[in-house]
Design a protein around this ligand. Structure first.
Ligand code: GLC
Length: 415
């Protein structure tokens, strides 16, 4: 990011996405039929009429919802640096006390409290950056909002922009303190001018607010990759991967396709090494409970992230290492290369690494480890770090190799 006030984003590396809306009440099933798509799309996928869908609000109890506990865990247990909350998803329902639409959590549900306010207060308490997801083009409740798969030619999209989208964005940008990020989504056929208009609105209310890539027309402050799609190599610009822990964003009681914590950690490190951010999702149910499995996975990943924060936050993208290591991932800062060891191993060996090494230490406690560089018989350089008996049996720890040069020097594979 060129703007210094936005640099936090490139340093944060790890954030929490929270999808919570009326779809959580259905939990992936409508009139006995399960959805086989992401659960927050159920209104569209099962053709639920607006009048029927509206009735869900009466069952939105959120009895066990606690924004503060989610933010506390994200900060203290999971090591995340920012949070993005779905203020209005495609369903069109506002999760704050919107003045321009009564179709909102305060006026229409038994929960009756302003969820966004609760997140704002918790984020302020814990020093967490707050980002807002807002579905700017799709709105399945407003007759003039767009809807994927249906004809928009008869719609008056301008009216929707003027009467719902823009006034709601104004409320969000002026009533909830500092908004670090506006996470727009599914721009559909929005024109460059329309995207530009929303950007100008954000800039005028909150000049330091970062705008996601899905504002459309390539006008965002950073690139948002496809959902769960990880770039295979570093990109020139800042980027972020939004991702799920199972196969849905909104709560789906039938989705047990949970990813393994080890896999999530490996993906996080891959993303970080390539210069991106990982925005991982939780989808609380209609009572506001975060699925236990999500908590279990995030706790496990979080233990590593917190213990090895030096090797994650503020790291920068690096040239790809020429070999694909099954036992490690690499991240870097100026004059430092971090080796994240993810399988038991006798010693760390990085073939074709041509730096002069000045020393090495275990990131979690600073313990010094002996290291060196030499040429192997084939004439290629290698950097090695010796591991003591105890470390040889461990999985998941990070080692820092201190370099004489600013960047790691990797030589191409020869011979
Ligand atoms: C999408 C989906 C959506 C989800 C989002 C998260 O494009 O439409 O439901 O909120 O991706 O990245």
């Amino acid at each position: 990011m060129k703007d210094k006030t936005k640099e936090w984003f490139s340093e944060a590396r790890y954030g929490l996405f929270v999808h919570w809306g009326l779809y959580a009440v259905l939990g992936g099933e409508y009139q006995g039929e399960k959805t086989d798509h992401i659960a927050e799309w159920i209104m569209n996928d099962k053709n639920i009429p607006v009048e029927e869908y509206r009735k869900l609000a009466a069952s939105f109890g959120g009895e066990e919802f606690c924004a503060r506990e989610i933010v506390r865990q994200a900060k203290e247990d999971w090591g995340m640096k920012y949070l993005v909350f779905t203020t209005k998803h495609h369903e069109g329902f506002a999760m704050w006390d919107s003045k321009c639409s009564d179709y909102n959590v305060v006026k229409a549900t038994p929960y009756g409290r302003d969820v966004l306010k609760e997140f704002q207060e918790a984020c302020e308490e814990y020093g967490m950056k707050l980002g807002l997801y807002y579905s700017q083009a799709q709105d399945w409740e407003d007759p003039d909002g767009l809807r994927y798969g249906s004809d928009s030619r008869k719609k008056n999209f301008r009216r929707y922009l003027d009467e719902k989208c823009i006034p709601q964005l104004q409320e969000l940008l002026t009533g909830y303190g500092e908004i670090a990020l506006l996470w727009f989504d599914t721009p559909m056929e929005m024109t460059r001018e329309e995207s530009g208009e929303l950007i100008a609105l954000v800039r005028s209310c909150q000049p330091h607010c970062i705008i996601s890539g899905r504002i459309g027309n390539e006008l965002g402050d950073y690139l948002t990759t496809g959902d769960n799609f990880i770039p295979a190599w570093p990109l020139k610009r800042d980027w972020e991967v939004p991702a799920t822990l199972n196969d849905t964003w909104g709560y789906n009681r039938y989705d047990e396709n949970w990813k393994q914590a080890d896999d999530i950690l490996r993906l996080l490190l891959k993303i970080v090494g390539r210069g991106g951010n990982y925005l991982l999702n939780i989808g609380p149910d209609g009572r506001g409970r975060v699925p236990k499995e999500s908590i279990r996975i995030l706790n496990q990943v979080g233990r590593y992230v917190i213990e090895n924060g030096e090797a994650i936050y503020g790291t920068k993208k690096m040239e790809p290492y020429p070999y694909d290591l099954d036992w490690a991932q690499l991240t870097a800062k100026d004059y430092k290369l971090f080796v994240h060891v993810l399988k038991p191993r006798m010693r760390i060996e990085l073939l074709n690494m041509a730096n002069q090494v000045k020393g090495a230490y275990l990131v979690r406690d600073g313990r010094r480890l002996s290291c060196g560089s030499r040429m192997i018989c084939e004439g290629d350089p290698i950097v090695e770090v010796e591991l003591d008996e105890e470390l040889r049996h461990e999985t998941s720890y990070a080692v820092c190799i201190e370099l004489a040069e600013k960047e790691p020097i990797f030589e191409p594979i020869r011979g």
